[in-house]
Design a protein around this ligand. Structure first.
Ligand code: GUN
Length: 282
């Protein structure tokens, strides 16, 4: 029987810590950490994420603003809003919800965000800092995974870590954080030959490929720690991860469920980054 890593509980625990730190920060400095979230268009999944971010801000006592822009927003108008928020004293963190509608240039917007307010850690300046292991902002989802491992007592040093998925948001920064924690890291992707041979080596397996129930028991070493970053909707409407939980759980020593694993941690790490940004302003 594997330990089920309870992301909901761990996330709540960290949010309580952030709430206490925020109260102390406000007392000391006379202002609240402030987050601005920009959403363009009507992507329903993005709307849910943004709503949850706003709610999380309220829970820990942050100041927050949500900008809902229409689908046909022009690049120059989005850029102008970012410029305005860069200069806004009440706002310490800026997040542009991705994906943007196709006519907008994502990289142009992300480059425009003041790196000191880039609480997603998507700006090339912050990506570079992550690469050299000197970061103020943690990439939210990978940082959430690291916090889960830490609070479950999983030691990373010297362990064989395999990450599946090489996205800029999860796979690549995930590999870096594991490397900086002294893991021996393999980054696998769609062109990896004999993926199962790689994943079967893993003491710690992190899966972020966006394919429902893709990792099965035969791909997992006995006693491995399995972290499922996936969030997929099955034909029957149920939420499921990238790992076939039912078959993998008996093989693993610890595993995250979906929902209730990595998911709640991402927003928690965003809150942490926003508090860091507010502190940096001092
Ligand atoms: N869309 C999906 N995940 C994320 C995230 O972590 N940050 C932003 N800005 N957009 C996302």
């Amino acid at each position: 029987m594997a330990t089920i890593i309870d992301g909901k509980r761990i996330s709540q625990e960290i949010r309580e810590e952030i709430k206490a730190e925020t109260a102390a920060f406000a007392q000391e400095n006379g202002y609240l950490p402030g987050l601005a979230v920009i959403i363009v268009g009507e992507n329903p999944a993005s709307q849910v994420y943004v709503r949850n971010k706003k709610k999380a801000c309220e829970e820990v006592g942050f100041y927050s603003r949500v900008y809902e822009l229409p689908e046909d927003t022009k690049q120059e108008d989005l850029n102008a809003l970012v410029d305005q928020l860069n200069a806004d004293e009440q706002i310490h963190g800026i997040l542009v919800q991705l994906p943007l509608p196709k006519h907008l240039d994502e990289n142009e917007v992300l480059l425009r965000i003041d790196p000191g307010k880039d609480v997603d850690a998507f700006h090339p300046y912050n990506v570079g800092k992550i690469m050299i292991g000197d970061y103020s902002f943690l990439p939210c989802t990978p940082a959430g995974v690291m916090a889960l491992l830490e609070r479950t007592g999983v030691d990373i040093a010297g362990k064989k870590c395999v990450v599946i998925g090489r996205s800029n948001i999860v796979g690549k920064p995930m590999a870096m954080l594991l490397l900086h924690a002294n893991g021996t890291v393999t980054l696998c992707h769609s062109r990896t030959k004999d993926l199962a041979a790689e994943t079967r080596q893993a003491d710690i397996l992190v899966v972020a490929i966006g394919k429902a129930d893709f990792v099965t028991a035969d791909m997992v070493k006995e006693g491995a720690v399995v972290i499922d970053v996936g969030m997929n909707r099955r034909a029957d409407g149920k939420l499921t991860g990238d790992v076939d939980f039912a078959s993998v759980e008996p093989v693993a020593s610890a595993i995250t469920p979906v929902p209730g694993g990595v998911g709640p941690m991402t927003i928690t790490m965003l809150l942490k980054n926003t508090l860091t940004a507010a502190r940096m302003k001092n």
